[in-house]
Design a protein around this ligand. Structure first.
Ligand SMILES: Cc1cc2nc3c(=O)[nH]c(=O)nc-3n(C[C@H](O)[C@H](O)[C@H](O)COP(=O)(O)OP(=O)(O)OC[C@H]3O[C@@H](n4cnc5c(N)ncnc54)[C@H](O)[C@@H]3O)c2cc1C
Length: 437
């Protein structure tokens, strides 16, 4: 292991540390989407995932260094491998490398599955899986899980693709829904090619509209999952909310893309079914003001360091501010112990407090307290830091901590110099007031 590598975990337990995987096979699913099967390099089964979750992988690309991307796991857990299915983006760095260059046997570092875009716990409500393009990857995993583990869950799989050339997983999806009467699928092609036959290759000609969606799926009672390019989400999520689907039943995931950010408004916008006013929260959410986007904006800003660590004290999140203040890149810091930023003499005391807090769930620092500690830069320099911490919990158990740190070294040094000057001035004044006899 080189100094620059995130620390990996050898025992295969679900956790937050990165593990080494090997690319064991590549299977084309369409002209532009290929599946990649990844097996743990240590032979220990991969951490189990909930269908719909994604992986964060780190790829070492010649000439580009280590780069990070997220990919949904496109199959139900099998205890041996993860499958991801990636669309080759014309100018995309990682997707092109995976498709065109990465040979079988390529090592990849992978963080454990994460994300809350997963099936509901109860079978009570039917589920609508609505996807476009490569956004079908988490839906395929969810459909597979419904077939294998959830016999009572009714699932409507609705997928929009341009045509049969780019459409992935047509036959596997059809084979899955044929397994039970409470499963159905509708394939909508927006630009069918001459070889695409309606009734045989696809079910309907697009674009899909909200009214048509309402006729296909029980929107009034279903848990609805939407995944696809941003313009697809923009077309459906606010429209469904305006139609009265409460946000608690509306789940969505966005894969992103430069063209989504700067591109034209949706070319295939569905016609809204009702003129009901969009609730304020939904309007804000549609404009991008969700807890997730606001949180991500804060994290991505380089002003303060935001660092999250797991129960063991290993770093699981390292933002640009952390890289700026401490000198370690994200790839260098992820998976390392917080020791990398704590000066040696302070480590024992730090870990005593850390482990006590993890075990008790109670921070010894009150909410909102600003703490001041010395820190360590990559080049060995001492830093003065001020920070606040928050405990991360799941079902009452501490899963880790997140700290927001500010570098106050300059101010600290200035205050120290001023204090010294003040003390000297006081000494001089004292000496002047009572001169030695
Ligand atoms: C939770 C989550 C799950 C995801 N799951 C999947 C999945 O299952 N399958 C999948 O395929 N993707 C998935 N993604 C998207 C994935 O993470 C990558 O964003 C995607 O593969 C593109 O990465 P890239 O390195 O190939 O492209 P990048 O190099 O990051 O480029 C991104 C986009 O910009 C365009 N671009 C780049 N450079 C230029 C340029 N100079 N001029 C014009 N355009 C340019 C590319 O064509 C591409 O569309 C997921 C994303 C998230 C957040």
């Amino acid at each position: 292991m080189t100094e620059n590598e995130p620390r990996t975990e050898g025992n295969g337990e679900a956790g937050t540390a990165l593990r080494r995987f090997t690319l064991v096979s590549k299977n084309p699913e369409s002209a532009i989407i290929t599946s990649f099967n990844l097996r743990p390099a240590d032979g220990v089964p991969p951490a189990p995932h909930s269908a719909g979750q994604h992986l964060t992988l780190f790829a070492d690309i010649p000439g580009k260094g280590r780069v990070k991307r997220n990919y949904s796991i496109s199959a139900a857990p099998n205890g041996e491998t993860y499958r991801i299915s990636v669309k080759r983006e014309a100018e995309g760095l990682v997707s092109r490398w995976l498709h065109d260059e990465a040979p079988i046997g390529t090592p990849l570092l992978i963080a454990p599955p994460s994300g809350s875009f997963v099936l509901p716990e109860s079978d009570e409500r039917p589920v609508v899986l609505l996807s476009a393009g490569v956004g079908l990857t988490p839906m395929v995993a969810m459909l597979e899980t419904a077939v294998t583990d959830r016999p009572n869950l009714a699932v409507h799989f609705i997928h929009c693709a341009q045509n049969g050339t780019v459409h992935a997983f047509r036959d596997p999806v059809r084979a899955l829904v044929a397994r039970r009467p409470n499963l159905s699928s509708t394939l909508v092609y927006s630009r069918p090619e001459p070889g695409d036959e309606i009734g045989r290759d696809y079910d309907e000609a697009g674009p899909l509209t909200l009214d048509r969606l309402a006729a296909l799926a029980p929107l009034d009672e279903a848990e609805i999952y939407v995944c696809g390019p941003l313009r697809f989400l923009r077309a459906f999520v606010p429209g469904l909310a305006a139609r009265g689907v409460p946000m608690e039943r509306l789940h969505y995931e966005f894969f992103g893309g430069v063209e989504d950010l700067f591109g034209d408004p949706p070319a295939e916008a569905p016609t809204a079914g009702t003129a009901a006013p969009v609730p304020a929260y939904t309007a804000r959410a549609a404009a991008g003001f969700t807890r997730e986007t606001i949180g991500a904006t804060l994290i991505d800003s380089a002003a303060d360091a935001i660092i999250a660590s797991d129960r063991a004290g290993d770093i699981v999140l390292w933002n640009a501010g952390a890289a700026r203040i401490f000198g370690f890149t994200e790839a260098e810091a992820l998976g390392q112990s917080l020791d990398i930023i704590i000066p040696e003499p302070f480590r024992a005391r730090h870990w005593e407090g850390y482990h006590e807090t993890v075990a008790s769930g109670e921070s010894r620092y009150g909410a909102g307290d600003m703490l001041a500690v010395p820190g360590l830069h990559k080049d060995g320099r001492r830093l003065s830091l001020e920070f606040t911490i928050a405990l991360m919990k799941q079902e009452g158990r501490v899963t880790g901590m997140v700290a927001s740190l500010r570098d106050v070294t300059a101010r600290f040094e200035e205050t120290k110099a001023l204090k010294k000057k003040l003390a000297a001035a006081e000494e001089a004044a004292k000496a002047g007031a009572s001169p030695p006899a």
